[in-house]
Design a binder for this molecule. Structure first.
Ligand SMILES: [Zn+2]
Length: 287
């Protein structure tokens, strides 16, 4: 069981989840792992699946996206969404159809847990972003409603990078990380603007397009030297999450920098790249 500890003064909470420390850590033995539990054919090494897109029987090969309970949960409901059978390719390199399937899985699992609490879907890409297995995947956690989530609400649109029928991509003025990118529904054109669970199938292809495009642009900005990463050469490290509440958005935070003592001690973030400049660079990049 996860234990929730409040801090009365700041209304922040910490989750004590000691079982997490025993999870396997490929970060120690990258780049390959002989028995990746998320690869096709190794279905028996995960807890029984709760959802799949694709063919085949439960816990057998044939799937395209597979969802299983997390063996080392942070909260009492915690799932892993395996992006594809490909052990190496993630959103930025998968076929667009596959990215759309991942988003369908996000939306469907959000719906499945909508009455259980606050649903947070997030992706840690790269060991330095907190991933403990290399095989690309996202996670869904359900946090009880009485726990106050200290998450920023949707920022006003500014510094636009691109848009399509249903979505708009931008670098908010309140960007805490260099080259931070947000994706939000494009309301004038009818983008679904409630919680993420309400997004219809017909809008998810558009969303996959801007999500993949944003990640490719950020990677290219790194490759072209517009920003230097603290991580090993060529490593592309980022997190993104889908805001859990009304007025949903996706927030992508590339991890070009470390957070350090000043940030920890003050709660203030230092962003070394002006979001206006970041948006200009990302907009002009050819992908
Ligand atoms: Zn794998």
């Amino acid at each position: 069981m996860a234990k929730y500890i409040p801090d009365i003064g700041s209304r922040r909470w910490v989750i004590i989840a000691p079982g997490r420390s025993t999870r396997p850590d490929q970060a120690e033995k990258k780049p390959t792992h002989p028995a990746c539990p998320f690869c096709e054919g190794n279905e028996a090494s995960t807890p029984p699946e709760v959802y799949r897109i694709g063919m085949g029987e439960k816990d057998k090969p044939g799937w395209q996206v597979r969802v299983v309970p997390n063996k080392y949960p942070i909260t009492d409901m915690h799932e892993v969404i395996i992006h594809s059978t490909d052990d190496g390719k993630d959103i930025e390199d998968l076929p667009l159809d596959q990215v759309t399937r991942i988003l369908i899985a996000y939306r469907d699992r959000y719906r499945a847990h909508d009455n259980d609490g606050q649903v947070l879907i997030f992706c840690n890409h790269g060991f330095a972003a907190g991933a403990s297995l290399k095989h690309p995947h996202s996670q869904l956690v359900v946090v009880p409603r009485q726990i106050n989530l200290d998450a920023v609400s949707r920022e006003p649109v500014a510094n636009v990078i691109e848009d399509n029928t249903f979505y708009i991509t931008y670098c908010p003025d309140f960007s805490q990380w260099p080259f931070e990118v947000w994706i939000a529904p494009n309301p004038p054109a009818g983008g679904e603007d409630g919680k993420f669970s309400s997004v219809p199938d017909s809008q998810l292809a558009d969303l996959s397009l801007v999500l993949q495009s944003a990640l490719r642009r950020i990677r290219k900005a790194q490759d072209d030297g517009y920003i230097r990463s603290v991580h090993e050469a060529g490593a592309f490290v980022y997190n993104y999450y889908i805001y859990h509440g009304e007025n949903w958005f996706i927030r992508i935070t590339p991890r070009f920098v470390h957070r350090a003592g000043f940030e920890l001690g003050t709660g203030l973030n230092v962003n070394v790249t002006d979001p206006t400049e970041a948006a200009r660079i990302l907009r002009e990049i050819q992908i």
